[in-house]
Design a protein around this ligand. Structure first.
Ligand SMILES: [Zn+2]
Length: 126
């Protein structure tokens, strides 16, 4: 472990803040989707626009959703005491990387390998 419990506590705060922010954003997206649906007229062009908007809001919603579940998993790891260890190789992830992406489950080496398709991402595969 390279990080102190103080770091973990602080990063946990960051995660909870980000979680609250994303949850608010997702509620807003749902709200906007409802409004767009309510304002939709029978005009064909308008219908096309509104289904495009719905699609867009849905995409934003799902991106937020997958980040939210990564944040939840990270908070889970804090509770279990395994936070900051790479899920793949078990090495410490490093405070600077955690500062930048506090929800990341992988060290920079494994993240690169996952992005290059060299190793399977057990989180995404699950
Ligand atoms: Zn690793």
């Amino acid at each position: 472990m390279t990080q102190t419990s103080h770091d973990v506590q602080r990063l946990g705060e960051k995660l909870r803040e980000q979680q609250a922010l994303l949850e608010r954003n997702m509620l807003t997206a749902v709200e906007q989707g409802r409004q767009a649906a309510a304002e939709a007229t029978q005009d064909v062009a308008d219908q096309a626009v509104s289904s495009y908007q719905k699609e867009l809001l849905f995409t934003q919603g799902t991106t937020g959703h997958s980040q939210l579940s990564q944040i939840r998993l990270a908070l889970e790891r804090i509770r279990e005491g395994s936070y900051g260890e790479c899920l793949h190789c078990g090495n410490p992830i490093g405070v600077r990387r955690l500062e930048a992406v506090p929800w990341t489950p992988y060290c920079i080496d494994c993240q690169e390998k996952i992005e290059n398709g060299e190793i399977e991402d057990p989180v995404r595969a699950a």
